[in-house]
Design a protein around this ligand. Structure first.
Ligand SMILES: Cc1ncc(COP(=O)(O)O)c(C=O)c1O
Length: 367
């Protein structure tokens, strides 16, 4: 089976096996060693010397934590959004009482750092900028380095959703001065769902000291205190996902982070060229096409639901459809984590066979 959605992603056999291990006392020495070991490795992979916290929850929990730990109700926040997950970040901030100014770009386009500069110039009261590094809903990676440079010109707090990019696409957290960066275990990390991992900069801790949004479960300071003083988490952690992540991070270290990034770039290139060879078009601006998710325009006459069904039932290939306004208009191949060019070759071959059954002109498909 080829599970090629943008998370949860398939996990290697050794990672699966790790999850068979019996439970341990999450307040005992063995867990303490495990969490310290994982935290140290994650710091290396985040390319940060700042704090990294492992929270039990999905990526959205990490996004909520980023907002609730650094902001107060009434704070002005600039939300830079290029798709469904950018909207989610804005909605979270709004729910918690921030005054959200939305800087939205057409879905499929990248965020423009010049427009971010204008928005920050226009309103000096803005305290923080929310941005999605890799917008999974449109298959697009924003130029976070340029956006961060602008945000830091104005010395604002930068909160980043890197859920579907960190560990797969270059994101040097400290070099790009990102204050809170969120990712999740079921994406490029080759582990099952269950953990959100977040980095917290000094500037973010300063913001924490003043932040008044309600928080209990997602309290960064509690997580840091438990980690440093006891080698624990404040609440019961997803122990099995910790086991799995430990093995997955070892695999990533063995491969080497630059090689992992290079493999994702090669695999994505194989996906894009395979798609074009079928006569199909990419959805996002190709200059910003993501190395973890390829979004493809559904050609005229193609029923996306039917296509996904044929792929699933006849070829054991699971792809994702479009979300929200893109439902029925695009479909997506997830290629993050444990994935090779050969996997993508199988996906493209299955697509070639399945497309005609979903209404695609055979003549085009065999060009
Ligand atoms: C960019 C992005 N942000 C946020 C999320 C939400 O993460 P989760 O589903 O783990 O809550 C996802 C994954 O679905 C994502 O790809």
């Amino acid at each position: 089976m080829q599970l090629r959605i943008p998370g949860p992603t398939p996990v290697p056999e050794d990672v699966l096996q790790a999850m068979k291990k019996q439970m341990i006392n999450h307040r005992g020495k063995e867990f303490g060693e495990l969490i310290h070991q994982l935290t140290d490795k994650l710091k290396g992979l985040f390319q940060t010397k700042e704090d990294v916290l492992i929270l039990t929850g999905s990526g959205t929990g990490g996004m909520e934590a980023a907002v609730a730990n650094t902001l107060s109700p009434g704070d002005k926040v600039l939300s830079v959004s290029v798709g469904a997950f950018g909207e989610r970040f804005a909605n979270i901030a709004e729910q918690f009482g921030a005054e959200v100014k939305r800087l939205g770009f057409e879905w499929g386009s990248a965020a423009d750092s010049g427009a971010v500069r204008k928005a920050l110039q226009a309103d000096p009261a803005i305290k923080a900028v929310l941005v999605t590094h890799n917008e999974t809903s449109t298959g697009l990676t924003n130029d976070l380095g340029s956006i961060s440079a602008v945000v830091k010109e104005f010395d604002k707090l930068l909160l980043v959703d890197a859920i579907s990019s960190l560990g797969s696409i270059i994101l040097p957290v400290d070099d790009w001065q990102c204050d809170v960066v969120v990712t999740a275990s079921q994406k490029g990390w080759m582990a099952p769902p269950g953990l959100a991992m977040v980095s917290v900069s000094q500037k973010a801790w300063q913001a924490y000291a003043e932040a008044k949004m309600p928080r209990f479960y997602w309290d960064f300071a509690k997580a840091k205190k438990f980690l440093e003083e006891k080698g624990q988490t404040p609440w019961t952690p997803a122990v099995s996902t910790f086991y799995a992540l430990a093995v997955a991070l070892e695999l990533i270290e063995q491969e080497g982070l630059p090689n992992v990034f290079a493999r994702h770039a090669r695999v994505a290139e194989a996906a894009r060229s395979g798609i074009k060879a079928l006569g199909l078009s990419l959805f996002p601006d190709e200059a910003y096409a993501s190395n973890t998710t390829t979004a493809i325009k559904a050609p005229l006459g193609v029923d996306v639901k039917r296509l996904l069904q044929v792929l699933r039932e006849e070829h054991q290939v699971i792809l994702a459809g479009g979300q929200q306004q893109l439902e029925g208009k695009i479909f997506r191949i997830g290629h993050l984590g444990w994935v090779t060019e050969a996997d993508i070759g199988e996906v493209i071959a299955a697509l070639k066979a399945a497309l005609p059954q979903a209404g695609y002109e055979v003549a085009q498909a065999t060009q």
